[in-house]
Design a protein around this ligand. Structure first.
Ligand code: NAD
Length: 250
């Protein structure tokens, strides 16, 4: 028996093969969930969904565009009939110092991480409210809690701190409607988000700050997402759950 039997989920940014979204989609599917993978490229999203099995779908959606988000949710509702879970996972980062952040950099990072989370949440909330049931799981970062120091610049820390505020405010406002909202704060996880820009020296320095002595695996984050999306966490809302190997203990 799966923890998500009979449920459906939308996971954004889940086409990246080694990413946190794909690992979460895989684990959700193993637990009986029907998954819609949303990402920038339609064929990559479709391929990622096909990897999980034939019940799942992949759709193009740029989370920075409200109209894309509304259209994707309508398409998922048509295909699945309901949406129980939204994982706001799409994100980008840039390793910049404070004085090097241009308005263009700021907009790019804030728009995907924070506006994207708002857009997708607004797209599913009316449906979840109607059903008096829903789970929102938002990908923040340890960078929000400790002011960066891993890879992303200050604008990334600010965007992910914004995700925490949005998560908590949605938890408060939506609890009476039976909708829970929680955030995950991953530490340093081995994925492709660093886009080849992580030097060996940076990696050594990061690993020195992790008491468990290793980078996290995407599956480490997926396990936490499963907990927050399932009834195991039925009384958990407005929380930020750390998945960081001890790199921030507070
Ligand atoms: P990844 O780069 O492997 O995957 C991110 C995915 O988001 C990609 O598939 C990309 O195409 C998609 N995406 C980018 N812009 C998009 C947009 N506008 N609309 C829709 N999709 C878009 O990254 P990952 O490491 O799996 O990261 C997943 C999430 O976890 C991100 O929000 C990231 O900030 C967060 N995070 C990652 C780490 C880490 O160490 N890997 C740590 C903390 C937080």
């Amino acid at each position: 028996m799966g923890l998500l039997d009979g449920q459906t989920a939308i996971i954004t940014g889940a086409a990246s093969p080694r990413g946190l979204g794909k690992a979460t989609a895989r684990l959700f599917a193993e637990h009986g969930c029907q998954v819609a993978i949303l990402d920038l490229d339609a064929s990559q999203a479709e391929d990622a969904a096909a990897d999980l099995g034939e019940r799942h779908i992949g759709l193009a959606c740029d989370v920075t565009r409200k109209s894309d988000c509304d259209a994707a949710v309508a398409a998922v509702l048509k295909a699945f009939g309901q949406v129980d879970i939204l994982v706001n996972n799409a994100g980008i980062t840039q390793p910049l110092k404070i004085m090097d952040i241009s308005h263009e950099n700021y907009d790019a990072v804030l728009d995907v991480n924070l506006l994207g989370t708002l857009n997708m949440s607004q797209a599913v909330i009316p449906h979840m409210r109607e059903r008096k049931s829903g789970k929102l799981v938002n990908m923040s970062s340890v960078s929000a809690q400790r002011g960066g120091g891993i890879f992303g610049g200050p604008h990334y820390s600010a965007a992910k701190a914004g995700v925490l505020g949005l998560t908590k405010a949605m938890a408060r406002e939506l609890a009476p409607d039976g909708i829970r909202s929680n955030a995950i704060c991953p530490g340093f996880i081995a994925t492709d988000i660093t886009a080849g820009k992580l030097t060996p020296e940076m990696k050594v320095q990061i690993l020195e700050g992790i008491p468990m002595g290793r980078a996290g695996e995407a599956s480490d984050v997926a396990g936490c997402a499963l907990f927050l999306a399932s009834d195991l966490s039925a009384y958990v809302t407005g929380s930020e759950v750390d998945v960081n190997g001890g790199s921030l203990i507070h």
